[in-house]
Design a protein around this ligand. Sequence first.
Ligand code: PRT
Ligand code: ZN
Length: 292
Amino acid sequence: MQLTNTKLKVAIQKSGRLTEDTVDFLRSAGLEFDSYGKKQLFSICRNFPLELLFVRDDDIIDYVNSGSIDLGIVGQNMLYEKPSGVKKLLNLRYSFCKLVIGIPRDSSINTLQDLEGKKIATSYPYSTKQYFRKQGISVDIIKINGSLEITPTLGIADAIVDLMSSGSTMKMNDLQLLEVIFESEAVFIANKDMMADEKQKKIIDSLLMRFKSVLSAKNNKYVMMNAPETSLPRLKKLAPGLQSPTIAPLAQAGWVSVQAVINEEIFWDTVERLKKIGATGIIVLPIEKMIS
Ligand code: PRT
Ligand code: ZN
């Protein structure tokens, strides 16, 4: 894209669980910027009108909401916890986690209703309050900033509401899952007034196009194979799995070469079906970008 005078600022987490995947994601979208050291607060994109600001994840929504930073990448959990006017532009398909209710394995609590009048430790007081209010269960919420998982053992709380990804922290602390409150992943957000300015909108649209092309590339594989000509009718029936296949004759009579894109979700299923109808020499390639 042509460099313009308009430059947008995007806030990303300085150092934490989102950082590495976010930097990788931005780089895979073709953005060139220097790696940053612990003390560095920002980095300027060399090939796109963008400035990256490295901040604590808790502050990203506030900065973007106030307009002091135009864009941000943050966990959706933060959007739920801090209701604001910021606009979610895109789910980024990494940093998956869930906000869950965890209870001690040996606890007498078996259902949500058993939590009535109980103490719940959490770093997500707003989401927790909303959830229990909706369920019509009254609980005592204790805001704790770290190491929630030890609060039941210390007798500070009867249950916790915390983020979980692999589940190993809960397991190691003899906690078990009672309920999932919501699911979360990294999201791309913008100040609500961003799209009103033509120049800014153009930059955001261009970024969104890059981001979407990275996401669809991740979601698809490119396959090449040889198949007997007689299998073509059945191969075409696989068409929903094979996006717009290219079919060309091979030098060997009665055989064709097929090239197609297969969606990751139905990849193995489709490959098995292809083998059943006689496809051989199946080669699978990753796709770097997919622009529609
Ligand atoms: O310093 P700063 O304030 O920027 O960072 P932070 O320490 O507050 O946040 P950080 O880096 O821990 O998390 C940033 C974001 O990563 C979160 O807002 C989520 O969107 C996302 N994320 C994804 C997670 C997890 N997975 C996660 N598992 N954030 C936290 N956890 C914690 C959870 O709280 C628990 O302590 O990891 C532990 C559980 O992990 P498992 O794998 O054992 O289940
Ligand atoms: Zn934080």
